[in-house]
Design a protein around this ligand. Structure first.
Ligand code: GLU
Length: 479
């Protein structure tokens, strides 16, 4: 039998870092075992439904390279994959339970239920609806909720991540299956869908662990086999002992994409947040993740989200793509990240710039700032130059003299190549008897007015003779 997993998000907003991992593990497991993964949209909470959220989910998964085998966009044998379009399925299963006496129509108004709850509060006993279950429920009619009629008892099951679980009858209640609006609850809808869609492994957030006994009771009453349960621990907020949520600044995955995080890095980071293969390896391709992933190495405690680590990993991935696939391949990923002025320069020039700055990038959007002075003359800022920690010891006369020598030397470079420039810079060091930090800072600042630049000879080579000398002359005149 093939393994079938699913990702079943609710379209209530963007998918943030905290919930996309529930898509990654089922995907890796399905691909590793030759099974399949289904995307199912759980859109039955009409009050929380957000227009456009489904498209965002699809976009996010596609960008991460987590294409599903069945579901929206691709179809499949269990269509439709939107719960809101499957109401008749849930009703049919609920009717089976009504017929077998394991469910009942329940028109009890919510005020009455609130009273029961109050009563339990007063008596300091836990509120269980089954203790107030109506004696003679009416015949079901559309508009009436349907509740499960539970049979309190002990349950035991194995959760692949959390281990052996045991619960007593006190956790079982008459949960609602179908709401007054005709939509199923999550509790019922997912069980029907998982069964109809042949899901073998239910991987989802650990918040569903406490409801599992109620699900087990439903599987039993419906005559269904239990799937394998894999509860994924929370991703924790950077501070405190709480789940990462939108309020803790959990950004959407697409926001990271727009900031220049590569999908390889995002997938790598999230896959390793709460799972490891027992080695020290940190950088994994998708294929490696598929090969190495194992359910039994998912940690059972929460993993803390660390954006600094994600950005470090992204820097590693930027380098890896450059080193393994070449400058052009990296360049092809950078379309939206150049400064405006870059548009009037040739693609070849931009590739050259990228080739000397790529190893400084944490995200592709860093290109905008780091590369700015390659495309337009920086503003001359003599304060900045004179305040530099290596240059502030020099008098204005010394600075001026040094600058003139630099201009003269560099003007003499016949063929403007990185090697020739390096030779000229080395000769300058000898002739001026200055330290590299002084001499090179002066030239570097004069051509870039930036906090840092790539190796000086490479920077000058890419800037070209004319621009380099023009910028040096301009500074010389301003001293
Ligand atoms: N729709 C649920 C959610 O977004 C999914 C839980 C599950 O995977 O069953 O939390």
């Amino acid at each position: 039998m093939k393994n079938v997993t699913r990702f079943a998000p609710s379209p209530t907003g963007y998918i943030h870092i905290g919930n996309v991992r529930s898509a990654i593990y089922p995907y890796l497991f399905a691909r590793q075992t030759g099974g399949k993964i289904i995307l199912r949209i759980e859109d039955t909470d009409r009050e929380r439904y957000v227009e456009g959220a489904t498209e965002l989910i699809e976009d996010t998964l596609q960008w991460l390279g987590l294409m599903w085998d069945e579901g929206p966009l691709v179809g499949g044998p269990h269509e439709p994959y939107f719960q809101s379009e499957r109401k008749d399925h849930y009703l049919a299963w609920a009717k089976k339970l009504l017929a077998s006496g394991r469910a009942y129509a329940d028109p009890t108004p919510s005020e009455k239920i609130a009273e029961y709850r109050e009563q339990c509060n007063r008596e300091k006993i836990p509120f269980l609806y089954r203790n107030f279950r109506p004696d003679n429920p009416p015949e079901w009619e559309p508009g009436m909720p349907i509740r499960f009629k539970t049979e309190p008892k002990d349950y035991s099951w194995t959760d692949v991540v959390m281990g052996e679980m045991h619960t007593g009858p006190e956790v079982l209640d008459d949960i609602i299956l179908i709401k007054a609006d005709g939509y199923p609850t999550y509790n019922f809808g997912h069980i029907v869908d998982d069964a109809e869609m042949g899901v073998t492994h239910v991987m989802r957030g650990v918040e569903y662990l406490s409801s599992t006994p109620n699900y087990l009771a439903l599987y039993e009453a419906l005559g269904l086999e239990r799937p394998v349960f894999v509860s994924l621990p929370h991703i924790l907020a950077p501070q405190g002992n709480k789940k990462l949520g939108k309020r803790d600044g959990a950004k959407s995955v697409t926001e990271y994409r727009d900031d220049g995080v590569l999908p390889e890095a995002m997938l790598n980071y999230l896959a390793c947040l709460g799972w490891n293969d027992g080695t020290e390896q940190e950088i994994y391709t998708k294929d490696e993740l598929i090969e190495r992933f194992s359910l039994d190495r998912i940690q059972n405690s929460g993993a803390r989200y660390d954006e600094t680590k994600l950005l470090w990993m992204n820097g590693q991935w930027i380098r890896r793509i450059f080193d393994e696939q070449g400058a052009r391949a990296l360049y092809d990923r950078t379309a939206n990240f150049w400064p405006e002025d870059a548009a009037s320069w040739s693609e070849d020039y931009r590739v050259k710039v990228l080739s000397i700055i790529y190893d400084r990038l944490k995200t592709l959007s860093d290109i905008r700032e780091i590369s700015a002075y390659f495309f337009s003359d920086p503003e001359v800022d003599m304060e900045m130059l004179k305040a530099n920690k290596f240059l502030k010891k020099l008098s204005e006369a010394e600075l001026e003299d040094l600058m003139k020598k630099c201009i003269a030397k560099l003007s003499d470079v016949k063929e403007w190549t990185a090697d020739n420039l390096q030779n000229a810079l080395n000769e300058l060091l000898v002739e001026t008897e200055k330290k590299p930090a002084e001499l090179f800072s002066l030239i570097r600042i004069a051509v870039s007015f930036a906090a840092f630049s790539p190796a000086l000879n490479l920077t000058l080579e890419v800037l070209g003779r004319e621009t380099t000398l023009a910028r040096l002359n301009k500074v010389a005149r301003s001293i």
